[in-house]
Design a protein around this ligand. Structure first.
Ligand code: TRP
Length: 337
């Protein structure tokens, strides 16, 4: 039986936080242990340039994200872990796909439409004000990432479903014209993975600046957890676990037995300060070891670089011959041939 290929990219624009960990990193690392899948994880650093034009930030985020995945135990022998910018076949495939992508398809992309709408709402005479071609054609770069490795399944967040549909559209159009070269990928959105709330109660996100960095030192982690907003219920009042951000976060880190105990405490009445203390303990217990490994790795960028370069070499054993095939398919081959 041919192994299924699972692939996902991580845009490197910020510092990994607890929400990234619970929602993406932890499930991906678990999935990568499955013997029956061939998994690809990569740092989407070309994607990061769309949102971030600060070279210091771009560089730092690449390092932090790579160190985080390694510190959390990604098995780089079993999976293929690399940096997008180390695979020169990707931008090349992007161009070939760009020439097969309907402009109208890109006009419909959510991210682009949202940017246009914002301009219109601000009364700008130019609806495309401040919109780069990078933002506009972002879905084609993403399609190249995916189609390059014939991924069958792409685990993503809800906001990325449209991009997967576009990748399929682009692949279909190419296949129809040049022959069956690309596998049609499917998005996998795992509804069961937790979405954590941030310090202010909204979804934890870099853009809201309400996040808890994954590897904050222990004392900072504690302080931030203590700052999470709660309502003004008195300690002895029975509390609802439903829709409670603290409870959800606790559940994302605690064992089922601990969660059961916490449920009882909520029903009986427990002060928010105590909930936070227990929350801190379970989060810290899970992160203490990886945090130490992270601290070691982050001061050893040469090692991280070496691991990524090895991953890129492994990835290129398929991207090189595959791009060769695609070039031939479109008519770019030796003149004598
Ligand atoms: N656009 C994705 C995000 O922001 C990241 C990404 C880039 C990606 N290339 C990909 C995800 C390929 C899956 C497959 O989350």
């Amino acid at each position: 039986m041919k192994k299924m290929t699972v692939l996902t990219g991580i845009t490197t624009t910020g510092t990994p936080h607890l929400g990234n960990y619970v929602g993406a990193i932890r499930p991906a690392i678990e999935a990568s242990r499955d013997e029956n899948v061939n998994s690809f994880y990569f740092l989407a650093d070309f994607h990061s340039l769309i949102k971030c034009q600060d070279p210091v930030r771009v560089h730092q985020s690449r390092r932090e994200v790579a160190a985080a995945w390694l510190a959390l135990g990604l098995d780089t022998d079993r999976s293929t872990f690399y940096c997008q910018s180390d695979i020169p076949e990707i931008p090349e495939l992007t161009w070939i796909l760009t020439c097969m992508t309907a402009k109208g398809l890109m006009n419909r992309a959510h991210a682009y439409k949202a940017a246009v709408q914002e301009n219109e709402e601000n009364g700008s005479p130019d609806p495309d004000k401040g919109i780069t071609m990078g933002l506009y054609s972002y879905p084609i770069l993403m399609a190249a990432d995916i189609l390059m490795f014939n991924a069958n399944v792409v685990p993503v967040g809800r906001d990325q479903i449209q991009h997967l549909e576009m990748a399929r559209d682009i692949a279909q159009r190419f296949n129809h014209h040049f022959g069956e070269h690309f596998v049609l990928p499917e998005a996998r959105v795992d509804e069961s993975t937790a979405v954590l709330a941030g310090l202010d109660g909204r979804k934890m996100s870099k853009s809201y600046n309400n996040y808890i960095p994954l590897f904050a030192p222990e004392s900072a982690l504690r302080k931030m957890i203590m700052k999470i907003v709660t309502n003004s219920q008195a300690p002895e009042e029975p509390k609802d676990t439903e829709g409670c951000a603290l409870f959800d976060m606790y559940r994302a880190f605690a064992t089922p037995e601990q969660v059961g105990e916490m449920r009882k405490k909520f029903a009986a009445g427990i002060g928010w300060g105590h909930v936070k203390q227990e929350l801190f303990e379970v989060v810290n217990a899970q992160l203490a070891e990886p945090r130490n490994r992270y601290a070691e790795l982050i001061t050893n960028p040469d090692y991280i670089e070496k691991v990524l370069k090895q991953g890129a070499e492994k990835a290129r054993t398929s991207s090189r011959p595959f791009l060769h095939r695609i070039r031939r398919a479109v008519g770019i081959r030796p003149l004598s041939d």
